[in-house]
Design a protein around this ligand. Sequence first.
Ligand SMILES: [Zn+2]
Length: 352
Amino acid sequence: MKTEIETIPGETPGIAYELIVHRLAGAEPRAPRVYIQSALHADERPGVAAMHYLIPMLEKAEAEGRLLGSVTLVPHANPIGAAQHLYGDHMGRFSTGTRTNFNRDFPVPDVTGIRRLDAASSAVFAERRLKSRLLELADGCPIVLDLHCDDEGVQYIYAPEQLWPQMADLAACLDCEAALLWDSGSDRAFEEAVFEEMKARAPAGDLTGHCVTTVELRGQNDVDATLGRKDAEGLYRFLQGRGVVAADAKPQPELRKDFVGQPIRHVEMVLAPVGGTILFHVAPGERVEAGQVVAEIIVSPGREAGTVAVPAPQAGFVLTRRIRRFIRMGDNLLKIIGDQPAVASRKGALED
Ligand SMILES: [Zn+2]
């Protein structure tokens, strides 16, 4: 494995960021190339824990001649966001300098099919140069994994509808409980930008063997050695199944019997009807019925009628819930995958 530390100049004198890129060389030129990054939202750490265990596994495979496809790994994909603290609290989702979500506004091909990336010397903010560089690193790889997590959530993935169910092997290897299938963009998230370029480069539009996804490795606090190892082993098995690492005799896992795979228009974004303190009645992974109380919000503590009950808008599967227990009116309380479509169509990302 070769490690390169690239420098991203900051916008002001004396500031620079380091992007650490690991490259492992596959022995078989026809085997799929792979790109994996984690912590693009710099406050999401389960992917870093998975990388911590995956990197030595891949190094060993490379050293023993079992690594067939070349692999590029960027475990700290967002050194800019990693350095953002305000009065002791880390802020890793949005750039404090531009108010832009670090996983939105990636450059995508325009109507003529041309993608314009910013060069390392372009006179634009560092985050735009970083985004262009991450896309360049992923270019030409039919397998691209962007490791994220939710607030509190089950293990799930986003997948372009065009690549489903061919990506079900990833969901099975990661022991996912759900997949959200999108077909009309995600406000130019990394995944969407990679997929658009992938489609533009695919000969005759053939996407066989391709996989691009935002992987949601449960919730922000689901970071420990057991889960990190489990996720690394799941990713490794997926790479074996795809011919990136030489396979062993173990059978590939299958999707869970209770797996929920639905188009993204099935997602009910349950918003807080009032502000206050949350008492959840359900947790991610549970089934709910229409009208079932999923949470109460305490508005006037100890007073009669001091809480507001929040019902499930329809029957479905609780995918995620808010990690903090104080909420504003209008903030997202839970995401439920409804049995029926929640909206006629859904364009863009679910959240800012
Ligand atoms: Zn994220």
